[in-house]
Design a binder for this molecule. Structure first.
Ligand SMILES: Cc1cc2nc3c(=O)[nH]c(=O)nc-3n(C[C@H](O)[C@H](O)[C@H](O)COP(=O)(O)OP(=O)(O)OC[C@H]3O[C@@H](n4cnc5c(N)ncnc54)[C@H](O)[C@@H]3O)c2cc1C
Length: 220
């Protein structure tokens, strides 16, 4: 899995801070934008504490994600306040076997070997279908959830906070949790005030919405 933050709104924290000031000010937006960063950051901190997070919708982040499974992206695209562009299985011939192996399978040498054999067989069938002239859009029906894919995703900061609450949680599936953890590490570097308390709900609010007492992070 590779995750790269390839773009984000200019002044990712200044604009939301200035937007918050605007709501309580007679001053023009342009004049507020000219204020020192320190001042806009302080206001941003205050509104984040109060949970008035609509102002951070002005800041968007774009991530390039590669080498993840279709299982992962199926979960990812359920997050609706976002934009996606994904490698097509209609227009791209996936003749080389590229798939994700879950760690629980890698740990068992015997099962891992069986898994590899299954994947080899699947790709053999896929390539046979292509050779027979079956279009890629139909041949792909035999491909597994494990198939690797590449996707570009853009989310605003408010949606990202929600995404991290759900997907950094230990109850999230391991692959999307790994992705969410990597995305969080990236955005923390460029927007530390916005993402200061970001993470699973138990860390950001101290409450487990799942009430899963068996979780090592359960607040108790
Ligand atoms: C641990 C876990 C297990 C899951 N298991 C399953 C499962 O078994 N089956 C399954 O189908 N899904 C499952 N999901 C997916 C889940 O149901 C959501 O589809 C997904 O997490 C997207 O979250 P969301 O709908 O809150 O937010 P987003 O789509 O990211 O939207 C953000 C917020 O915007 C608001 N919003 C967005 N669209 C609308 C709308 N149309 N109407 C009103 N408000 C809206 C909501 O407040 C929403 O919380 C699972 C998710 C997790 C984290």
């Amino acid at each position: 899995m590779k995750v790269t933050l390839i773009g984000y709104s200019p002044e990712p924290e200044k604009v939301p801070g200035m937007a918050a000031m605007l709501t309580h000010s007679k001053t023009t937006p342009e004049a507020l934008y000219g204020l020192p960063d320190q001042q806009t950051r302080k206001v941003l901190e205050q509104v984040m504490e109060l949970g008035h997070t609509s102002v951070i919708e002005h800041t968007c982040f774009t991530f390039a994600i590669s080498g993840v499974s279709r299982s992962l992206t199926h979960q990812l695209v359920r997050h609706r306040i976002a934009s996606y562009s994904q490698q097509s299985q209609r227009y791209v011939n996936l003749s080389d076997p590229q798939y994700v192996v879950p760690p629980t399978i890698t740990e068992h040498a015997e099962m891992a070997a069986e898994y590899e054999k299954t994947m080899a067989l699947i790709w053999k069938q896929y390539n046979s279908l292509l050779k027979l002239g079956i279009p890629a859009e139909d041949a792909r029906y035999v491909l597994p959830n494990a198939t690797c894919t590449n996707i570009l995703v853009t989310m605003n900061a408010r949606e990202l906070l929600h995404f991290f609450e759900l997907r950094c949680c230990l109850h999230a599936q391991w692959e999307i949790r790994k992705l969410a953890d990597l995305m969080l590490a990236e955005v923390k570097q460029v927007a530390p005030t916005i993402f200061q308390h970001a993470g699973p709900a138990c860390e950001s609010s101290g409450v487990c919405p799942e009430h899963k007492t068996d979780c090592p992070r359960y607040p108790g």
